[in-house]
Design a binder for this molecule. Structure first.
Ligand code: GTP
Ligand code: MG
Length: 234
């Protein structure tokens, strides 16, 4: 998948109506400052399309970034199309069975939304404002018809917080299988990576794979694209 273009299309505040988008949406949630907006920029190949800050509480609205992607699809002998999996080239009876010629390979533009949500757990805000943000996030996650997947971001350096656990369970209860991303990978030593991932799994009580990601050096970006590619066709 190649990102061809990206733009901020809709900004929703507490009183806004949610947009009736026709394309799929992927939402990014997690506590304030975990790196949601930075992750979106890294995926979209843009430095500061989504505004980031070293102080928590930067994103206070629901921001819909429309991404136009170029995807490669392959066509089988029956004319069915599927996303082309680079790794699936297989050889049978000495012949390549997965389509490799340019004639078999179709390229298509596809649009989808990356939805940047305000972070939770931001201490420096009134109780009432926290409630309103919470309702806004909940409302979106409950009501969006095109929401295909929720990415839950946790900081790789720390144990998931109580709020992270609640969020994870809440997402599961809504029938979504959250993709967990452990952010700020560049901030830990390679030698502790496995231990930190194990702790995150334990605390969230999950066996799901966790993607370790760094917005600084972009490690984990291709794995996330792999997941998004698969989502587009299921
Ligand atoms: P809110 O909008 O407040 O909820 O925060 P957010 O989750 O959108 O976080 P944001 O992307 O604004 O990043 C917060 C801070 O962490 C910024 O100073 C980023 O530069 C920094 N940051 C984010 N991701 C990474 C990363 O992978 N590595 C490092 N070293 N810093 C990161
Ligand atoms: Mg943000």
């Amino acid at each position: 998948m190649i990102i061809k273009d990206a733009m901020l299309e809709t900004v929703c505040g507490i009183t806004s109506r949610l947009p009736e988008n026709i394309y799929l949406e992927i939402a990014f949630c997690g506590k304030s400052n975990v790196g949601k907006s930075s992750l979106i920029n890294a995926l979209l190949n843009r430095k500061s399309l989504a505004r980031t800050s070293s102080s928590p509480g930067k994103t206070q609205t629901i921001n819909f970034y429309k991404a136009v992607c170029l995807i490669k699809m392959s066509t089988d002998t029956q004319g069915n199309t599927a996303l082309r999996d680079e790794k699936k080239t297989s050889y049978k009876d000495g012949r390549i069975t997965s389509p490799e010629t340019s004639a078999d390979l179709k390229k298509r533009d596809m649009s989808l939304y990356f939805v940047d949500l305000p972070g939770y757990g931001y201490a420096d805000v009134s109780v009432e404002a926290k409630k309103q943000w919470g309702r806004m996030i909940e409302n979106y996650l409950n009501l969006s018809r095109n929401l295909k997947c929720i990415f839950l971001l946790v900081d790789i350096r720390h144990k998931p917080s109580e709020n992270d656990k609640l969020m994870y369970e809440w997402i599961l209860k809504r029938g979504f299988e959250p993709v967990i991303i452990a952010t700020k990978l560049d901030k830990i030593k390679r030698s502790v990576l496995e231990r930190h991932i194990r702790i995150i799994k334990q605390e969230l009580n999950t066996n799901s794979d966790i993607i370790a990601f760094s917005a600084t050096d972009k490690r984990g970006r291709q794995e996330i694209f792999g997941i998004i590619d698969r989502l587009l066709y299921t």
